[in-house]
Design a protein. Sequence first.
Length: 340
Amino acid sequence: MSSLTVGVIGIDHRHIFGQLQGMLDVGATCKGWWTEGDPQPVEGFVKRFPDVPRVADRRTLLDDPEIDLILLADIPVRRADRAIEAMRAGKDVMTDKPGCTTLDQLAAIKQAVAETGRIWSIDFSERFEVPANQKAAELVADGAIGQVIQTVGLGPHRLNRPTRPDWFFDEAAYGGILCDIASHQIDQFLFFTGSDDAEIVASSVGNFAHPDDPGLQDFGEVLLRSDRGNGYIRVDWYTPDALPTWGDGRLTILGTEGTIEMRKYVDVCGRDGTDHVFLVNGERCEHFDASGEKLTYFERLAADVRDRTETAMSQTHCFKVMELALKTQAQAVRLGHLRN
């Protein structure tokens, strides 16, 4: 268990709940939290973590010598500056995705990491907080489907329009749908194919259903190719109201000897619960309930902070995911109501 002390800066997205809970579950202590203003997630944060005090100035956390790690879930466009400020104050950083919204911001983050020796880690929650990924990774490592040659990652989300803040509809503030949501699927493509880099074959973003929200991108897709495999990604804000969860997130991993499919959050009209993993190969056709698989990211990140290692995720991988996400966004063909 960890003896780390953490602080929270920026509660503009509910992902901070999972970030903090993950660290508390491995024994960390939270010294306090700060956020600008009173964004909507604050009420739920206070209910979930009533014993964590709010501080009036974020410098209180940054200047506290007992704090090892800063957790960030600020508005995406502000995350780079917040992370750099924390690293230059001697803190390691775990940020929500996207970790930044421009390539210039990413370059500044890389410079800060190089100059400070601090860790900049993105909690890619669709892998790090989903037990099904642990089972799939085990099966891939065991050779259950042979050599991985393609991933198909689907990331549908429910819009919940009335609950969204203004920045959610400002492309400059959230970075665009590929920078934001598709960073998850890019992470999974690189991880499961064992790729260090990828070519962006094609990408597109669209607004097909929300003409009154011109800053919203409700659809995005990417085609990637590396020397280890191929990847297709689709992300959207079209989850229908009848689905009993926020999105039917799936990942299909195609190998030379079989296929793995993850149904992360729901098995539509099928089995109850979450974290369904299906394996089909020459000898097996199986379903696994992976909901009890142990998550490793938070424990490993705590060890990395303590030991100055890279067991949770390499810094190079983290940088590459954001680089690809930003580049797919920048070169995407604009469709629907986004057409000029």
